[in-house]
Design a protein around this ligand. Sequence first.
Ligand code: GDP
Length: 365
Amino acid sequence: ALTTGIVGLPNVGKSTLFNAITRAGAESANYPFCTIDPNVGVVDVPDERMDRLAEMIQPQKVIPTSFQFTDIAGLVKGASKGEGLGNQFLSHIREVDAIIHVVRCFEDENITHVSGQVDPVGDMETINLELVLADLESVERRLDRVLRQKKSGDGEAIKEHEVLEKIHQALAEGRPARQLKLEEEELKRIRSLNLLTLKPMLYAVNVSEEDVVNPHENPHVKAVQEQAVSEGAEVVPISAQLEAEIVELEGEERTQFLQDLGLDSSGLDRLVAAAYRLLGLITYFTAGEKEVRAWTIQEGTRAPQAAGVIHSDFERGFIRAEVVAFDDLMQAGSLLAAREQGMLRSEGKEYIVKDGDVIHFRFNV
Ligand code: GDP
């Protein structure tokens, strides 16, 4: 499964947020395996379409798709030089697919800030610099090797050298590699380096409960937003403390609580949705009397590989997919009506699955 790592300076609210995430996962109980690694939290991906499908079909079970977060505490200034538990944490970040960077925008005199005052833009720079420095080291080490290979006339090495030089220049200027918008070909050449600053990243700004409804009135949030825009990064305002309270509530009680605050969804739900977008993920559904279920795939996935997410046999024995778009199905009112009205399409193995497709796979066993 794809996973996002939660990073940020100490005392910004990472653990509070992560605890809310694990608690939410435990509540949902679709993932008995999520207790194995204490640093991994698995949550449901909220999806209104799934709820509407369930309403229409009234299945015995409804199973949402899930999303994984990894808690990566301990990143501090100097981590790339081995400060704190430095390198160990950086290596954990290497394993994630995307980064959620938590920055503190709440004021609280009782909670010390590592640099003495609340300074989210400064914090962002501190963390980003550590990631840049760590990458710089990887790139320089690799450059040394590639230069030697290049001398012996290795054509691959020449091409790799070009990409590395480009990245090196950006990093030396303090810019993350993701800003270079490298071509697929170039990315392939340096994939094994697993560069930290190539990973997609979004900022989760931790605000006080009071600020949650109008986060942009908080000048700290505004500053973060401006900085993020210049990096092309998304910002998700969230109140970690409030999320911890929200996960304690269920059903109607939760809806009411959110309504009273003037919110239509929890911050965690918005964070999951943003992380989903960041990773280029989409959802398709399977729908029958037994169960309505949501599945996660990467945008651009073809039908057989999408089927493979359910079971490898589905991919191996793939014959075709019967597909109806979610909106069409809702319009028709039932699967049967959709079939009668010719909305159910038969798609072959080249079909690229779209977000919201409701699919029945035909396969050989
Ligand atoms: P971490 O070091 O980044 O994991 O930070 P923690 O989650 O441990 O939070 C540090 C302290 O800040 C804890 O005492 C939290 O209760 C507190 N804290 C977290 N979020 C908020 C918030 O939104 N408002 C206030 N006032 N305190 C918070």
